[in-house]
Ligand binder design. Structure first.
Ligand SMILES: Cc1ncc(COP(=O)(O)O)c(C=O)c1O
Length: 371
């Protein structure tokens, strides 16, 4: 039986040619060629003045937080419904993540609740754009400005989505993206820092180069303790090919979502990824949130997923609220994060998927729901 994966990158001759070229020729004096080309491509794609490719999105966030001198005694606001990758570097630096609830439709951090969570220790807000959906950036930036708090956009899951015609990740002063193999575009593992703050360019460069100033690279002098999350030239070759095909990849993801939307249209009381008129949603993962009338609980949702998995359909659950992990304190007030966790599922979406695959997935969902 055919397996319907939840994600899989689209690898064409272009990707293979670029990677072959990097492996064959990208050494010695050519060892940064693809890194430079990819960096320029990201600057153009995001219209972002300062960019550093990294080995992961986690690394990108770690470097930004460190360059902002965030550490012990500081608080960083994050949405409770996100992947732990939005939070781990905050904890590693000794700062305290403050978990704020998300909105029911977009699953993005709720700006109204951010303001209530601000204290005199708050140093940053991490605005995550989950599953292709887009956070309310004007409202979040307004709060950042009012309280003089840095805003970092975590666009790991939504590369290509737009807010008011601007690519997410490039709207706030800082943005991060992921190029993990399941994401919109991939370099295998990878990510990037996007930055608009000229005054922090030197600091970020210093940290991401293990504490070496560019003028002192040759004699190995180190000025401070930095980090090492570099992307390799080979990974950059793969990522460059992917971004050169960005329009095609995004077009297909939107098409897949629209097939789902059509097939799911007769099911009552469900919400799919929203697309307000000021948003372009690339629908990294089509997501169903079952409304209250479905009385979804953990058992019912798990049964649905298990039975879909038995049919070779790799649907998966919405993320646990991060505050429910043993390292953190529970946040019972984050009722929406808790509710969507038990009542939401992500559906498969990848470039090679056909409309028939989508019909197969939805037919099986309907069977499981006795429709
Ligand atoms: C919202 C979010 N932030 C950060 C990350 C971390 O990305 P990476 O695996 O590239 O470090 C992920 C990865 O899944 C993510 O989904």
């Amino acid at each position: 039986m055919k397996k319907i994966l939840f994600a899989k990158p689209s690898i064409t001759k272009k990707e293979i040619d670029y990677v072959n070229d990097a492996v064959s020729n990208g050494w010695g004096e050519n060892c940064y060629d693809y890194i430079h080309r990819f960096t320029d491509k990201l600057k153009e794609y995001f219209n972002s003045p300062y960019v550093w490719p990294t080995s992961s999105c986690h690394g990108a966030l770690h470097i930004i937080l460190m360059s902002l001198k965030i550490g012990r005694g500081d608080e960083v606001i994050v949405p409770d419904m996100t992947w732990i990758g939005s939070v781990t570097p905050v904890s590693w630096l000794g700062a305290t993540p403050v978990f704020v609830d998300v909105m029911e439709d977009s699953l993005c951090i709720d700006p109204k609740k951010i303001e209530k969570a601000i204290t005199n220790k708050t140093k940053a807000i991490i605005a995550v754009h989950p599953y292709g959906n887009v956070a309310d950036m004007d409202a979040i930036l307004e709060i950042g400005k009012k309280y003089k708090i840095n805003v970092i956009e975590d666009a790991a899951e939504s590369v290509g989505s737009e807010y008011k015609n601007k690519k997410v990740g490039s709207i706030a002063d800082f943005g991060i993206i992921s190029l993990h193999g399941t994401k919109m575009f991939t370099s295998g593992e990878g990510g990037a820092i996007l930055c608009k703050r000229k005054d922090l360019v030197e600091k970020i460069s210093l940290i991401e180069s293990q504490g070496r100033k560019s003028s002192r690279r040759i004699d190995f002098w180190v000025d401070e303790i930095g980090l090492k999350y570099k992307m390799s030239n080979i990974q950059a070759a793969l990522a460059l090919a992917q971004f050169e095909r960005a329009d095609d990849i995004i077009k297909k993801k939107i098409e897949i979502f629209n097939w789902y939307k059509k097939q799911l249209s007769l099911i009552n009381d469900i919400t799919l990824n929203p697309k307000p008129e000021w948003v372009k949603n690339v629908y990294w993962l089509p997501t169903i949130i079952f409304g209250k009338s479905w009385a979804m609980d953990l058992e019912k949702r798990n049964r649905l997923l298990e039975n879909l998995n038995k049919k070779n359909i790799a649907a998966r659950p919405i993320f646990y609220p991060v505050s429910s992990f043993p390292m953190y304190e529970d946040c019972p007030e984050n009722t929406i994060s808790q509710r969507v966790f038990v009542s939401g599922i992500n559906l498969p979406s990848y470039f090679e998927m056909s409309e028939d695959d989508v019909i197969y997935v939805v037919d099986n969902i309907k069977k499981e729901l006795n429709l």
